[in-house]
Design a protein around this ligand. Structure first.
Ligand code: SF4
Length: 271
């Protein structure tokens, strides 16, 4: 493993375009709803008291300014690939509010849910990297893997403990254990959301590098917010959830972004 500085990952323009386009449309839709709702409300409010109409208009105006500022900051940080003030807070709003709306809106505009999630994962990763001001201690970084990376015919119970892996080399778990030992990070395998949540509770990481499909990564990033999750997609040469693979070099790049830069990996130890 070489330890020369690695370039930070750059977003593919199409993924940026998908995300920004859907974000803009979602924002437009929310604004339209505020406008229509406000207009309907003012009709009734005006009959109650003329002052209430002005109050409703002021609230709608403030909501418009607030949301416009957030969207502008989010789009700017994505386009410039720079960490702007409040980027990480805005990441939360993107996760909690805009992503579910984009998942509904995207397929109606011809963008598959998978593409929406894919672009979201890329943007989430980019925002995490650009907002990364402090390096993470290795023991506070958790590499969380899906069970489907294990060979389907392997009998070792690696979800109980990854140490049960014999490291026979027939699946990527072997290389990932070696990687975790080299960088002295925590590593675990989860069969689903419940076990993943338990692992996160037990290990208390400061950051998670997670491997999964688009759907599981998106829901994982959503469920664990504000805990940062850097997502890496698995490859599925034999179809979903079956003998999946992952690019180990891509994981190593992610580790080196978050771990103490320049620190040479030390002697492997059992994790
Ligand atoms: S490396 Fe071998 S022993 Fe370990 S999980 Fe994969 S198939 Fe099983």
């Amino acid at each position: 493993m070489s330890h020369s500085p690695i370039p930070e990952p750059s977003l593919k323009p199409s993924k940026k375009r998908i995300f920004i386009g859907l974000l803009g449309l979602t924002f437009g839709l929310i604004m339209l709803l505020i406008l229509i709702g406000g207009w309907i409300a003012t009709i009734g409010l005006n009959q109650l008291h003329p002052g209430l109409t002005l109050m409703a208009q002021t609230v709608a105006g403030l909501a418009f300014i607030f949301l416009s500022g957030i969207i502008a900051a989010l789009i700017l940080s994505i386009v410039l690939e720079k960490d702007l003030p409040f980027t990480q807070k805005i990441r939360g709003l993107g996760i909690k509010l805009f992503l579910p709306l984009m998942e509904i809106l995207g397929p109606r505009l011809g963008v598959s849910k998978e593409d929406v999630r894919n672009s979201f994962i890329e943007i989430n990763n980019r925002l995490l990297v650009s907002g990364q001001r402090h390096t993470i201690l290795p023991e506070r970084l958790l590499l969380l893997l899906p069970h489907c990376l294990q060979r389907a015919d392997c009998q070792r119970r690696i979800t109980t403990s990854i140490d049960n892996c014999q490291q026979c080399g027939r699946c990527d778990i072997d290389a990932l254990i070696k990687l975790a030992q080299t960088y002295r990070i925590r590593i675990a395998v989860a069969t689903g959301g419940t076990l993943a949540r338990k692992i996160v509770r037990d290990y208390k990481p400061r950051i998670i590098v997670a491997v999964a499909c688009e759907r599981d990564l998106t829901s994982g990033i959503h469920d664990t917010y504000p805990l940062p999750v850097y997502g890496i997609l698995n490859r599925r040469p034999e179809g979903p959830c079956w003998n999946t693979r992952v690019d180990v070099a891509e994981i190593e790049k992610a580790l080196r972004i978050f771990l103490i830069r320049g620190q040479a990996p030390q002697q492997p130890r059992t994790v």
